[in-house]
Write a protein that binds this ligand. Structure first.
Ligand code: ATP
Ligand code: ZN
Length: 285
């Protein structure tokens, strides 16, 4: 039987979320994880565990049909593959950082400077876009120590909280790229692989929607029902059921994570009580 071959990071920052996404899509990995390859019983899929840097190449070469990789790596490697979907995890940014004591007023600062990075292609594009000429020092790791040891004047590296920069006496001054994990695919998949990918993608989208939404149940006095319902977007309209206590109803609806708190506050102000918020496992609309 045909299987969809997917490449994911074998260990590191994308590993847990990649495996969790597969699990949430109902795909159970069969083998132990310390292997190069795993199979699954309940979906025609084969999973390859690789270094994230190698994933774009493997997808270009059709060793894997699809892969999960950060946008940062995908754009830096510049391989022939197509982006299928943003996955909503592995969020970070590729930023320029300079010494904390430096007087930085804009990208012109970088003119004639030495910039250490593991992302030479993205940095060169950034410099070109901004009309800056600087020397790129490509190094393979520990970029943040380069200014401290006199190897460079600035760095371009991944940042999430900024604490690593801070510990190395650096400050973040520009964002080169905002990144998250994406699903990429080989450009010329066969018909069967494409069908499997569609099936997988349908599940991914249901999981993503569920993660971005909450199921909300609340009690509302009937005289406030109209006002409360107006606050709820819901998928169609909310479900309204009478409570045993006369004059009260139970209202069920779906709220998106992004405007959740604001709506909850308004619901309380409008007289809603006993608000329950429940995670959604899958959501298909
Ligand atoms: P490998 O051994 O596979 O080459 P690595 O050391 O290159 O691993 P990791 O540090 O595990 O890579 O990061 C993998 C990817 O996770 C990065 O390329 C980026 O897309 C994303 N990432 C990086 N930093 C963070 C962060 N702080 N939070 C979330 N995601 C991140
Ligand atoms: Zn890597």
């Amino acid at each position: 039987m045909n299987r969809l071959k997917i490449a994911i990071q074998k260990s590191g920052r994308l590993y847990d979320d990649s495996v969790r996404l597969l699990k949430d899509c109902g795909i159970d990995l069969k083998n132990g994880v310390n292997k190069l390859k795993a199979e699954c019983d309940n979906f025609p899929m084969e999973i390859y565990f690789l270094r994230d840097d190698d994933i774009p190449q493997y997808v270009e070469d059709a060793v894997a049909d699809v892969g999960i990789v950060g946008e940062n790596v995908f754009y830096e490697k510049n391989k022939r593959a197509e982006i299928v979907e943003q996955l909503g995890f592995g969020k970070c940014r590729l930023s320029v950082a300079v010494g904390r004591g430096e007087h930085y007023e804009g990208v012109e600062y970088l003119n004639g400077k030495r910039i250490a990075t593991t992302y030479p292609l993205l940095v060169q594009r950034f410099l070109d876009k901004n009309g800056v000429r600087a020397e790129i020092q490509e190094i393979s790791g520990s970029v943040e120590i380069a200014p401290g040891i006199g190897l460079a004047d600035a760095i371009v590296d991944l940042v999430s909280s900024g604490s690593t920069l801070f510990m190395n006496g650096l400050k973040e001054v520009e964002t080169v790229l905002k990144s998250q994990a994406i699903l990429i695919r080989n450009e010329s998949l066969g018909v069967e692989q494409q069908q499997l990918l569609e099936k997988f993608l349908f599940r991914i989208r249901a999981v993503k929607k569920a993660r971005n939404n909450k199921y909300v149940l609340l009690n509302a006095p009937n005289d406030k029902l109209k006002e409360i319902i107006a606050l709820l977007p819901g998928m169609k309209s909310p479900t309204v059921l009478p409570l045993a206590e006369a004059g009260w109803s139970s209202v069920h609806s779906v709220l998106s994570e992004s405007d959740f708190w604001e709506i909850i506050e308004k619901l309380t102000a409008a007289g809603a009580q006993g608000i329950l918020v429940v995670p959604i496992e899958k959501m298909v609309i």
